[in-house]
Write a new protein. Structure first.
Ligand SMILES: [Zn+2]
Ligand SMILES: [Zn+2]
Length: 400
């Protein structure tokens, strides 16, 4: 090929390349955890080491969501005397150096460390398209002794717990406060309801009564939150379907399910501790930015996971199809769960074994979602939730 022909060929490739890109921006999956605690509230580690853990474990985004606080202003943490925390402080000092770590020994001979703010620590870890830290707060409220918690993702200024006259009133006031900030600043934010079964604080009817709430934790990795329910309380997963049956009836948008860590304990691991790495979401977004991620989540283009990874997830008007990243020697059970029109209870519509399956969305259905359960044991499980799983979001079947 002579020089001018080569140039033409390159130009044609460039034109084709550009036009394809413009027509369909490539989306990709980003893995993240939207519920994390640090020394800014009752977590037991410095934000930098937590971010380092998530970044080095192939997460692309994390939200540090401490109780009723943002990581801002001056906060001095007194390091507990226990050797676990003393050693952890030494590790922090060794890792980041005395130039970065701001500490002093007080008159009682305790070590006090000035915590880094969100603005300070984010720059150390963020990398375009590789790692993003989203500002967040766990708005931590209560009613009549019941804990009522909600995460505000991509919040810009702290929201005080709003209180109220009933469980629903407290939750709604906090949801409305997040929406108010979002509207005033014109910045995307989401509020998600945390661990409904923690202290069995939330009844199904409370969840059904909420307005403008589209997200909740179907799985929370804290060891005390009763995801599975008990003999008198339904599991969060079962609750999810009943919420959606009621929401569809009332013409509310579908409720989506998240898996999160709610990690607090970074030095002791096991069933009695809330550790990192148990639950996350995979979001199919155009880019790694809060706006792109939130847009995708609001469109339901994400799934929750405790280990199972999807290779393909296709949803169109007629079907849901999934294909899994198969691990050697591991088998998978794929269930399609939903509710038929005119029925009041969710049911298993189809169950199959293998690494792919598809389900036809027929007119007799209200909604369908897919749950995949692996034969692989979770490395660090809680409750009786032993096997790795993934949950796709419910798809509303078009009313015809
Ligand atoms: Zn909580
Ligand atoms: Zn929490």
């Amino acid at each position: 090929m002579n020089h001018s022909r080569l140039l033409i060929a390159i130009s044609i490739i460039a034109i084709i390349g550009c036009s394809t890109e413009k027509q369909s921006p490539t989306k990709q999956w980003y893995k993240g955890n939207l519920h994390t605690h640090s020394y800014w509230s009752d977590g037991d580690e410095f934000p930098e080491l937590i971010m380092d853990w998530y970044k080095s474990h192939d997460y692309q985004f994390v939200a540090l969501s401490d109780h009723n606080t943002l990581a801002e202003g001056d906060k001095w943490k007194v390091i507990p005397q226990n050797s676990i925390f003393q050693d952890a402080f030494e590790n922090y000092l060794q890792t980041y150096g005395s130039e970065w770590v701001n500490y002093k020994i007080d008159s009682s001979d305790h070590t006090q460390v000035k915590l880094k703010t969100y603005k300070e620590y984010k720059g150390k870890f963020e990398e375009a398209e590789k790692f993003l830290i989203i500002q967040s707060e766990e708005i931590t409220d209560h009613f009549d002794g019941k804990p009522l918690h909600m995460n505000a993702t991509n919040i810009q200024t702290k929201i005080d717990a709003q209180g109220g006259n009933s469980v629903v009133d407290v939750l709604q006031n906090n949801i409305d406060a997040v929406i108010k900030q979002r509207d005033e600043l014109d910045i995307p934010m989401i509020a998600h309801i945390n661990h409904p079964n923690f202290g069995y604080a939330l009844e199904l009817e409370d969840m059904i009564a909420l307005k403008n709430e589209q997200f909740f934790e179907v799985y929370n990795g804290h060891h005390m939150v009763n995801n599975s329910g008990d003999s008198t309380h339904m599991s969060t997963e079962n609750m999810w379907d009943f919420i959606n049956i009621a929401y569809i009836e009332k013409n509310k948008p579908i409720m989506y399910g998240l898996a999160t860590d709610d990690s607090h304990h970074y030095h002791t691991k096991g069933r009695d501790w809330s550790n990192a790495g148990r639950g996350w979401i995979e979001v199919r977004a155009e880019s790694l930015s809060p706006k792109s991620l939130i847009d995708a989540m609001e469109a339901g283009d994400f799934y929750a996971s405790t280990g199972v990874e999807l290779k393909e997830l296709t949803i169109d008007n007629n079907r849901i199809a999934v294909e899994l990243m198969q691990e050697e020697g591991i088998t998978y059970k794929i269930d399609f769960i939903g509710c038929k029109k005119g029925k009041l209870d969710p049911e298993e519509l189809m169950s199959t074994n293998g690494d792919k399956a598809s389900f036809e969305l027929t007119d007799d259905l209200l909604f369908v979602r897919c749950k995949i359960t692996s034969s692989k044991l979770q490395e660090n499980p809680i409750e009786n939730i032993l096997y790795e799983a993934a949950w796709t979001q419910p798809v509303l079947v078009n009313m015809k």
